[in-house]
Design a protein. Structure first.
Length: 203
């Protein structure tokens, strides 16, 4: 009888885990919740001229498909012409949180659509492409604080003669610290901030 009870408990635990109703799912929701919003690096740029004032938008889309965020990044003076348009898919594997990066095949058609997230219901999953090896693996350091980075030399990049790119990220309810860098085959940096990452304050 005890063995049967134990088996039922284990089956129940697996079922709960598979359906995302455990402690980990709450942490995943916590991460997705604090990531979304509008951000600006204007304060950092005002105090250090080596940094640009950049606008960052992260808006949830496709809520019935999982945890997806539409992302636009642009110079604050040119928000209608973002230099980065992406979709992030946030998932969890054990104690790690994975932020996969996708490009949009017709990204110009979606610029500015963050103001009407429901518009992305018309975007097919086959119209986005995974940037293999560019996912950021995050760990929860405490309540509402996550930190992580890309793998070492796993994210290919051809921007400005680069061979690969890296990203280091810290996420809190009020800020996102993001340090993106590109490196050549010889390991020398060819683009990105040199002394520290960008500080994006949530607006």
């Amino acid at each position: 009888m005890k063995k049967i009870a134990l088996t039922l408990i284990l089956i129940g635990a697996v079922f709960i885990s598979a359906n995302g109703q455990n402690k980990n799912s709450r942490q995943l929701k916590e991460l997705v919740s604090i990531m979304q919003g509008s951000y600006s690096s204007a304060r950092q740029a005002a105090s250090d001229s080596t940094f640009y004032s950049i606008s960052l938008k992260m808006v949830p889309i496709w809520k019935d498909k999982g945890n997806y965020l539409y992302v636009e990044q642009a110079l604050s003076s040119k928000t209608d012409k973002p230099y980065r348009v992406r979709i992030y898919r946030i998932s969890q594997k054990g104690n790690e949180f994975i932020s996969e990066v996708y490009t949009l095949k017709n990204e110009k058609d979606w610029i500015g659509k963050w103001t009407t997230p429901e518009a992305f219901d018309k975007l097919g999953i086959d119209e986005i492409e995974l940037k293999q090896g560019c996912e950021v693996v995050l760990k929860r350091l405490g309540e509402n604080k996550f930190e992580g980075q890309t793998g070492e030399k796993t994210c290919p990049s051809e921007l400005r003669g680069a061979s690969y790119a890296t990203s280091k990220v810290t996420i809190t309810p009020t800020q996102i610290l993001s340090w993106d860098q590109g490196f050549g085959k010889d390991g020398k940096q060819v683009w990105g901030a040199e002394k520290s990452g960008y500080i994006f304050d949530k607006l």
